[in-house]
Design a protein around this ligand. Structure first.
Ligand code: ATP
Ligand code: MG
Length: 257
């Protein structure tokens, strides 16, 4: 069981060490389409322990990507949840993301989290290798990048090699298949050795055999660094690799399996 009632919205209270590394506590997220409010998350809670791998299942449109974006600090919970008593915040090591200033939030997004986007978001003008290296450049700042460039190049090349893309380093995304682009996106998310990997359908465009081998590579990297993972997936084989499976239903997280 995860310890609760530790983190305060302002991140100040540290009565006990946070049991979870990343946690969504009764989060609410509503999108506004014209004049219509579309509530997506309605009190969703998920606590993920250090080094744990959790798979998130749920129907299309159930809010899986939305939840992952909130965990990664890419989006914010509703300012005023419908249920005003709800905790409605996301905490990283007991620190509320909503309380982070711009600089802290930026560091969290760039260096703590590695994010695999559902639709990859690769830069079309850059080669495969540079799409991976740019994440390192952004995280280290340009000077850091210059200093460490040979190490980073080696790591980027090694990752792409592990994901079966050694022969595609100089290609542009448009010259790749969907599954190959997906693998570039995974390598990019991992290049900075993030403590927390948030992966949105990382095997969604891969056949079963390729998907399994990419997951093998991800899991062995995870073991090397005790990385914490949240993986959104539709794929039962991918979910089976997680320590725990949860499901998004009616805007809430239900545990299953
Ligand atoms: N930026 C947005 N503006 C308005 N509505 C949005 C926005 N992003 C998502 N939604 C809506 O919120 C709901 C949840 O979207 P989300 O992308 O989180 O679902 P999902 O579970 O990831 O689905 P899928 O399995 O298809 O990827 C959907 O109904 C979607 O239309
Ligand atoms: Mg999605």
């Amino acid at each position: 069981m995860m310890t609760t009632a530790i983190a305060q919205p302002d991140g100040s209270a540290t009565r006990a060490k946070a049991a979870s590394m990343i946690e969504a506590r009764e989060v609410f997220k509503t999108y506004r389409l014209g004049r219509v409010d579309v509530p997506v998350l309605r009190g969703a809670s998920l606590a993920v322990g250090e080094g744990e791998c959790v798979a998130v299942l749920g129907a299309s449109g159930s809010g899986k990507s939305t939840l992952l974006h909130l965990l990664g600090g890419l989006d914010r919970v509703d300012a005023k949840p419908i249920d005003v008593d709800a905790a409605n915040h996301v905490t990283y090591r007991g620190r509320a993301i909503e309380a982070m200033g711009a600089g802290e939030l930026d560091r969290y997004r760039r260096t703590t989290v590695g994010f695999v986007f559902q639709f990859y978001h690769l830069l079309p003008e850059l080669s495969v290798l540079n799409n991976v290296l740019i994440a390192a450049m952004v995280a280290h700042g340009r000077l850091g990048y210059m200093r460490q460039s040979s190490d980073l190049r080696e790591r980027a090349t090694d990752l792409l090699d592990r994901f079966g893309l050694a022969h595609r380093l100089k290609h542009r995304p448009v010259e790749l298949s969907g599954g190959e682009r997906q693998r570039v996106a995974i390598a990019r998310a991992l290049v900075n050795k993030p403590e927390l990997l948030l992966a949105d359908e990382p095997t969604g465009n891969l056949d079963q055999t390729t998907g399994a081998s990419i997951l093998d590579a991800m899991m062995s990297l995870r073991a090397e660094t005790n990385q914490t993972m949240v993986i959104v997936t539709h794929d039962p084989a991918t979910a089976a690799r997680a320590d725990r499976v949860v499901k998004l239903v009616d805007g809430k997280v239900a545990t299953s399996g």
